[in-house]
Design a protein around this ligand. Structure first.
Ligand code: IDP
Ligand code: MG
Length: 156
């Protein structure tokens, strides 16, 4: 099982879209194993987005991400990193495919509602930035036996 970091950005929280977006992940069959509303500090935003430092949109991005609370989530499932990225859609709201979160709920290129880790390495790094030990909770779901086909011995 893979766990990925999802952030519902300030625009998603302010626009009252948290519930709709969480529902998409739940209905997909993914499991929420961590969640908290928080205000991202300047330092945390800079660390999280360190790869974007120096880019033209960087200052605006940090200002946006620290401007209002976000909802951070740890989302678990087989292949959850790639699945969540696909559900999010392309980076720019103006280009994101209908059916995706960004494609359905936004038009802006910078206020694009959601962040999701883009690789296993990024997920491990980002989860440890946003969740302290013990804040990601391993819990079992009886429905797991209907979300995955485990007849071969391992979930598929
Ligand atoms: P991603 O969120 O789809 O992984 P990245 O390229 O990693 O996209 O960019 C991080 C975030 O920076 C984006 O989600 C978006 O909020 C913002 N961003 C990226 N490129 C631009 C741009 O060209 N203009 C304005 N904001 C941008
Ligand atoms: Mg990215």
């Amino acid at each position: 099982m893979e766990t990925t970091l999802i952030i519902l950005k300030p625009d998603a929280v302010q626009r009252g879209l948290m519930g709709k977006i969480i529902t998409r992940f739940e209905e997909k069959g993914l499991q929420i194993v961590g969640a908290k509303l928080m205000r991202i500090s300047q330092d945390l935003a800079a660390t999280h987005y360190k790869d974007h430092q120096g880019k033209p949109f960087y200052n605006g991005l940090v200002r946006f991400m620290t401007s209002s609370p976000v909802l951070v989530m740890a989302v678990r499932g087989l292949g959850s990193i790639a699945i969540c990225r696909k559900m999010m859609g392309a980076t720019f709201g103006s280009k994101a495919e209908p059916g995706s979160i960004r494609g359905d709920f936004g038009v802006s290129n910078s206020f694009n509602l959601i962040h999701g880790s883009d690789s296993p390495e990024a997920a491990a790094r980002e989860l440890s930035l946003f969740f302290a030990p013990g804040e990601v909770i391993d819990w079992s779901r009886p429905v797991e036996t209907w979300v995955y086909d485990s007849s071969s011995g391992k979930p598929e």
